[in-house]
Design a protein around this ligand. Structure first.
Ligand SMILES: Nc1ncnc2c1ncn2[C@@H]1O[C@H](COP(=O)(O)OP(=O)(O)OP(=O)(O)O)[C@@H](O)[C@H]1O
Ligand SMILES: [Mg+2]
Length: 362
């Protein structure tokens, strides 16, 4: 999958921008604060309709403007035009000028894997951040994943509401709770299966990728879920046995909304035990493993974005990473330090220099 061109209108610091990319390596360089990350953020938003560094779309709109438009031409077997239009009221997405009514249909089209400088923060964050990571990745792979997730969350809300009702009113019937539980488990099981499959797939590649770039060590993802080793009937029985606890709490205490993934390095939780570098490397190995899974499932490589990758890596590791990148993977790299990249690689890349005046091809 290749992004042939990108057109921005009032996106972040760009009033108008029109670029054509190499199908292989694109290097975007320039000083701090000139708009390098903004540029790859636009590519990300073209794919996922949102940013990776803010939950509030309004920051993507150029200061003083009312809306922004990101447009790109993506080549896979055919060439398609994609558009994301954001304004204060919300967002619109279009494929070949036709509005897609469902965002879930749109986001599985352009596949992106991004690695950003602070990514390892996710290891120390709450489980919510790690579930978000799973959701973003799996929604690109499976069209119906977001749908199940939305249905699950809706049912969860209803169930929590009804549990509070039961807490206050002991005469309320348990039958309706049964119905909501069955529904919750129905969606929950689908989500669990997708997550479990994804994690198993990642684990097939994880150690290998980790060792290829960095050092020795066995890396594996551990999936913690209330659904683990249980079929739908066993989960429902488990809920039933614990109805009283949930009624007393007035909310749903179990389910895939509590799932978590733990990165285990040599059998130990890397967030508790690993060095900063090891943590960074673990996330990087995870992303590289993902590339293989996307290739396997979508029969095409995703687009890879490495934002400010070299800021914390020495020259040798940068070199190892370039050796790992396959010519078939369209890659976007942003950096302030062009000199860290060796000449042979530079000669093969399309280079864009970003200054406060704009973006120039070199
Ligand atoms: N909505 C916006 N409208 C106008 N300008 C914006 C908007 N959002 C951010 N900017 C500008 O974009 C700049 C940040 O750009 P960006 O994060 O892409 O920098 P960068 O080149 O990646 O820098 P670094 O090398 O430090 O990572 C900010 O200085 C800010 O002035
Ligand atoms: Mg940046």
């Amino acid at each position: 999958m290749k992004l042939n061109s990108l057109k921005l209108h009032n996106f972040r610091n760009y009033e108008h921008l029109n670029l054509e990319f190499s199908p292989n390596l694109n290097i975007i360089y320039g000083n701090n604060g000139v708009g390098k990350t903004n540029l790859v953020e636009a590519i990300y938003a073209l794919s996922l309709t949102k940013s990776f560094r803010t939950n509030n779309d309004k920051y993507l709109i150029r200061n003083g403007e009312l809306s922004t438009k990101i447009e790109g031409e993506v080549e896979e077997n055919t060439i398609n035009n994609y558009q994301v239009i954001l304004n204060k009221e919300g967002k619109k997405v279009k494929i070949n000028n036709n509005i897609s009514s469902k965002i879930s249909d749109y986001v599985s089209n352009i596949n992106i894997i991004i690695l950003e400088p602070d990514e390892q923060v996710i290891l120390k964050s709450s489980p919510l951040a790690r579930r978000k990571l799973l959701n973003i990745e799996i929604s690109q792979l499976k069209k119906d994943y977001i749908l199940y997730l939305n249905n699950y969350n809706k049912t969860l809300k209803q169930r929590n509401f009804y549990l509070r009702e039961l807490m206050i009113n002991s005469n309320a019937s348990l039958e309706y709770l049964d119905i909501l539980t069955t529904k919750l488990v129905e969606y929950g099981e689908k989500i669990y299966n997708y997550r479990n499959q994804f994690i198993e797939n990642i684990n097939q590649y994880l150690t290998n990728k980790y060792q290829q770039i960095f050092e020795i060590g066995n890396l594996a993802l551990k999936y913690n879920s209330d659904y683990k080793n249980k079929d739908a009937k066993e989960i429902k029985d488990f809920y039933k046995k614990n109805y009283n606890r949930e009624i007393n709490a007035g909310k749903t205490l179990f389910g895939i909304h509590h799932d978590d993934i733990i990165f285990m390095l040599d059998g130990k939780d890397i967030s508790e035990w690993g060095s900063n570098g090891q943590q960074k490397n673990a996330i990087f190995a995870f992303k590289l493993a993902e590339i293989e899974i996307f290739k396997q499932e979508k029969e095409n490589y995703p687009i890879l974005i490495l934002d400010d990758l070299f800021s914390a890596l020495d020259k040798k590791k940068v070199h190892n990473i370039f050796n790992l990148l396959n010519d078939n993977i369209q890659t976007f790299i942003t950096t302030t330090e062009l000199q860290k990249i060796n000449k042979t690689i530079l000669s093969k890349a399309k280079i864009f220099k970003v200054t406060l005046e704009g973006v120039k091809e070199e």
